[in-house]
Ligand binder design. Structure first.
Ligand code: GAL
Length: 354
């Protein structure tokens, strides 16, 4: 990711704060009775529950805790993969009053909400996924996520004694409507291409395990059943791909991200080379700190920016292979009992997970 080091965003944040002060002063901008209460509420919209378990299991509790521990109210809703529901939730939140909004985009729905919030003097933090026009962007370093995935594919090929330059690698990216998908792809390519990898097949990107399975099955058929590795953008998609590899009796390097239960199980079973672990609490804390500063009328300063100039806080992701799974459990971000079910129990024992 291109970033410029230490930029001052005082002017931008200052402008937001002036508007925020107007909103919290009871001008009614926040809607019916936003008034003084508005500045105490952080309004959050999550995208869905299906693309990844992270949103409900990881992000929601972490955001809720950080915001309420700081003495503010957290209004956290989930758009359930529905852009009109996204807009309706936003209108309801704005009419109750918001001092700040933290939005995870879903198919571009957050762009209009951002404009609406800013028109009411409410600063917007793009959480995890970039949103055009947002005041801030807080995420993991998405190109680094992709680079770690690419590295896991190279590691897997090396372990299998295969030359990456002649390997048949299928690329299974994320939904292009999510601005992160391109960053994951760019990061992965930045590592795989110098090793000589080019995509043998590249079906359309999705965030959907079932569709990934279907798309991968078609790609595999087109390749006459031959594949050496599959770069997959996240664990949910990887699980779909793995059902097809299993069906065809194939075990090849597969990447993923989110350290979901399914992903960690596949890593332990040797069906997925690694998952990129993004301790969601770190991301939620970074976003909540920013939100709390804004709610408190402070002027946050951020040391990076996206190519379009949006101030950007990037948290560092971690690559997790079978011997690192216990770290995720120790951090409280996965439950050993949930991971180590019947067919995974032996692998858990072998890799010290419990
Ligand atoms: C991305 C996010 C990933 C993954 C994916 C599917 O934007 O960064 O962690 O969850 O969406 O929801």
């Amino acid at each position: 990711m291109k970033t410029s080091s230490l930029i001052s965003i005082t002017a931008l944040a200052g402008a937001s704060m002036l508007m925020l002060a107007g909103c919290s002063g009871g001008s009614g901008d926040g809607g019916d009775g936003g008034g003084g209460e508005a500045a105490t509420r952080a309004c959050v919209i999550l995208p869905d529950a299906a693309s990844s378990p992270r949103w409900e299991n990881g992000d929601r509790p972490a955001l809720e805790k950080a915001i309420t521990d700081a003495g503010f109210e957290a209004d956290i809703q989930n758009a359930q993969g529905d852009t009109s529901k996204y807009a309706t939730i936003a209108d309801q939140q704005l009419s109750k009053g918001c001092g700040v909004m933290l939005l995870v985009d879903y198919n571009g729905a957050a762009v209009a909400v951002t404009t609406k919030a800013q028109d009411q003097g409410i600063p917007v933090i793009a959480y995890d996924r970039p949103i055009e026009g947002a005041d801030y962007y807080v995420s993991f370093d998405n190109e680094e996520v992709g680079a770690l995935e690419g590295q896991s594919i190279l590691d897997g090929l090396a372990a299998a004694g295969k030359d990456p330059a002649s390997a048949t690698v299928v690329y299974m990216g994320g939904d292009p409507a999510d601005g992160n998908a391109k960053m994951f792809h760019d990061g992965a390519v930045s590592v795989m291409e110098p090793a000589g990898i080019t995509p043998a097949q590249e079906p359309p990107g999705v965030w959907d395990g079932d569709k990934s399975a279907t798309n991968f099955e078609q790609a595999l058929t087109a390749l006459g059943g031959k594949v050496d590795a599959v770069w997959v953008a996240n664990d949910t998609n990887a699980a779909g791909v793995i059902t097809i590899l299993d069906k065809n009796g194939l075990t090849v390097p597969v990447s993923g991200q989110d350290a979901s239960v399914a992903g960690l199980q596949n890593v332990l079973l040797g069906k997925q080379t690694a998952t990129v672990y993004k301790p969601f609490g770190l991301e939620a804390d970074a976003a909540s700190d920013l939100a709390i500063k804004l709610l408190n009328g402070e002027t946050p300063s951020v040391d990076k920016q996206l190519d379009d100039g949006t101030p950007y806080i990037a948290v560092t992701p971690i690559l997790v292979g079978p011997d690192d799974v216990q770290q995720v459990v120790d951090d409280g971000n996965a439950d050993a009992a949930e991971i180590c079910t019947d067919d995974v129990a032996d692998a858990c024992a072998a890799h010290g997970v419990g």
